[in-house]
Design a protein around this ligand. Structure first.
Ligand code: CA
Length: 224
């Protein structure tokens, strides 16, 4: 389900947006505070952010600037006041993808959202999501809370192998084949070490993994 974060402090507008977008089949979350919006956008993966400008604690420009500075690529549509021509330009300057002026027509906003989601949508096979992470094979990077992580090529290949076969047990032999290629001689220990280091990056508790679980006597399985 496509998830949209609505950052709007006027309850009436927020409610209208939420109602309208849910009717369209989107999942929505509403935040009415700028600082909280930054935290939320970093802690959870959203497909798009609707961002009001005048917000308590941190205005929409600052929210946008901070998220972009932190490397977040989520499409952002800024909701600007009609009279404020400068706001539109500034919104784009700080890294928003588009803007809609208030009062906006719900139909126009929906069209902008669809267009932006289409533009932002990578090939589905190139992007895997789980928990707070995304494995982006197009860019060949692993992100957590939207931030790229330091990873080795082997870790990324290993993770991709797991994500292609979610819920299935992969033996060390099959991982060896898929990641290193057959005919390469690697000890089980080497595979296990890569798993340990991958867990440190993707798991909240690496010693009690939720995603990359060990299957005793067989190998590993990716749950989620
Ligand atoms: Ca406002």
């Amino acid at each position: 389900m496509t998830k949209i974060l609505i950052v709007e402090d006027e309850p009436g507008i927020a409610f209208g947006l939420e109602n309208d977008l849910q009717t369209e089949g989107y999942a929505t979350s509403v935040i009415g505070d700028g600082a909280e919006a930054v935290r939320r956008a970093r802690a959870e993966v959203f497909d798009l952010i609707l961002l009001d400008i005048m917000l308590p604690n941190k205005d929409g420009f600052e929210v946008c600037r901070e998220l972009r500075r932190g490397g977040l690529k989520t499409p952002i549509i800024v909701l600007t006041a009609k009279t404020q021509e400068a706001e539109k330009v500034m919104g784009l300057d700080v890294g928003a993808d588009d803007y809609v002026t208030k009062p906006f027509s719900p139909r126009e906003l929906r069209a902008r959202i669809r267009a932006l989601l289409r533009r932002a949508a990578p090939d589905t096979e190139d992007l895997y999501r789980f928990g707070k992470c995304e494995l982006d094979l197009g860019r060949f990077e692993l992100r957590r809370n939207g931030q790229p992580l330091d990873t080795t090529t082997t870790e990324l290949k290993l993770l991709a192998a797991f994500l292609r076969h979610r819920g299935r047990v992969l033996t060390r032999e099959s991982l060896l084949d898929e990641v290193w290629g057959s005919g390469i001689s690697i000890t089980d220990r080497v595979i296990d070490n890569h798993i340990v280091s991958l867990r440190k990056k993707i798991e909240d508790e690496p010693t009690a993994p939720r995603f990359l679980v060990s299957v005793r006597g067989l190998g590993y399985r990716f749950d989620g």
